[in-house]
Design a protein around this ligand. Structure first.
Ligand code: SF4
Length: 64
């Protein structure tokens, strides 16, 4: 699984961070999302997919 965030869409809502803090953080300067684990372990899949679902601007992509 590979996780990416389109920073041209991200609006710093932080929903992703609430769902999967192991994988997402917010950049202190820009306030935009940072992927801290681009290839998270399979056991985090449900949380990563939940994060992608709750992102209000569909900025998160999860690829296999
Ligand atoms: S939920 Fe979406 S818009 Fe909000 S910080 Fe995460 S990637 Fe950005």
């Amino acid at each position: 699984m590979r996780v990416t965030v389109d920073l041209t869409k991200c609006n710093a809502y932080a929903n992703c961070l609430m769902e999967a803090p192991e994988v997402f953080d917010l950049d202190g300067a820009s306030g935009l999302a940072v992927v801290t684990q681009e290839q998270p372990p399979e056991e985090l899949r449900a949380r990563v997919e939940a994060a992608a679902r709750v992102c209000p601007v569909q900025a998160i992509t999860v690829e296999d």
